[in-house]
Design a protein around this ligand. Structure first.
Ligand code: SF4
Length: 331
């Protein structure tokens, strides 16, 4: 459904009156992955790794600097807004913050009905009826059509955001940290709702998160990003069961395990230092400044993203849990 190839987004850094470009923030720097119909791809990494920018590039809310994005076989990388408009029905985005992504002066009916008006879509029994059906679908009371966002709780507001996204029956939804602004007790409800909607409406998701525990439940495959690059991508079972990239291992070791028996024998890997600046990323392997396995080659040669097991790709010279022969070939 979606094919992303060597996607890049460099934000220019300018200086002085003449706005001379003195550098570039390489927020996304060569990202490649595919999303298949009906699946959920989790896109995970620390803040500043470029995952949100990737989501915005896919939906063309941002213009890519390089690379390509194809949706259902059509190259949309530089498609004009006019040509994109009909495609926007098929591709929608759920935003992180249900507090600021809804206009406080509009009623729920206006917010959820806006996509119909913007796209000029006629509905069989009127927009109000269509909106009320969607509200019921996401677990909200259709009678609350005339209420304002401030009258709802955080979880309900995110449901309103999801309802707005569903209005035009999209095929692909990019959900940018859909639960991270919500109370932990509400997070599971929203994740379950997303899953139910996926089964009912045959949706495809890209779910962006900073934490591997959030996407574990919902993802079929997971891509881990670090400083603008995908460092590992695999199906859920392989990624959580046998992670190969040291960074993925570190992220996984930080996920709390509720069962004390499961915790036994597991050491927490503490990453030292902050994520380096994307303005001046470390050369070769970008993780080498924080990696406990780093050797000279890591500072000189960038590890390519190679498939070391079926469907399991990793960009590391010294991967963990890798079939021995193939790992040697990766160095
Ligand atoms: Fe660590 Fe080297 Fe692998 Fe980079 S390539 S993650 S520095 S072992």
């Amino acid at each position: 459904m979606l094919s992303v190839r060597d996607l890049q987004k460099h934000f220019p850094v300018t200086k002085g009156l003449l706005q001379r470009q003195v550098g570039a923030v390489k927020a996304v720097d060569g990202v490649t992955f595919d999303v298949y119909p009906g699946e959920t791809l989790g896109l995970v990494g620390e803040s500043g790794c470029g995952k949100t920018t990737t989501g915005r590039l896919i939906t063309r809310l941002l213009e890519p600097t390089g690379g390509s994005v194809a949706f259902e076989g059509r190259d949309i990388t530089h498609m004009s807004q006019g040509h994109l408009r009909p495609l926007r029905r098929d591709m929608q985005m759920i935003f992180q913050d249900p507090y600021s992504s809804l206009n406080p002066r509009h009623t729920v009916g206006t917010i959820v009905g806006a996509p119909f008006r913007i796209q000029g879509i006629e509905t069989e029994h009127g927009v109000k009826k269509a909106v009320q059906e969607i509200l019921a679908l996401v677990g909200l009371n259709p009678e609350h059509y005339n209420r304002y966002p401030h009258e709802f709780s955080g979880g309900q507001r995110q449901r309103i955001g999801i309802a707005r996204t569903l209005a035009l029956k999209p095929k692909l939804i990019i959900a940018d940290e859909p639960v991270s602004a919500l109370d932990v007790s509400i997070q599971a409800q929203v994740v379950n709702l997303l899953e139910d909607l996926q089964n009912e409406l045959n949706l495809t998701y890209v779910v962006i998160a900073h934490d591997l525990s959030v996407v574990r439940h919902i993802s079929d495959r997971v891509a881990v990003m670090y400083l603008g690059k995908v460092v590992e991508i695999a199906d859920r079972k392989s990624l959580y069961g046998a992670p190969m990239h040291p960074y993925t291992n570190a992220l996984l070791s930080a996920v709390p395990i509720p069962d004390p028996k499961g915790r036994a024998g597991r050491d927490r890997i503490r990453l030292t230092g902050d994520v380096p600046s994307p303005l001046n990323p470390p050369p070769a392997c970008r993780f080498h400044t924080r990696c406990w396995k780093a050797q000279e080659v890591c500072k000189q040669q960038e590890p390519p993203l190679v498939e070391l097991a079926t469907g399991h790709k990793v960009a590391c010279h010294f991967p963990e849990n890798a079939p021995a022969q193939k790992a040697d070939a990766a160095v």
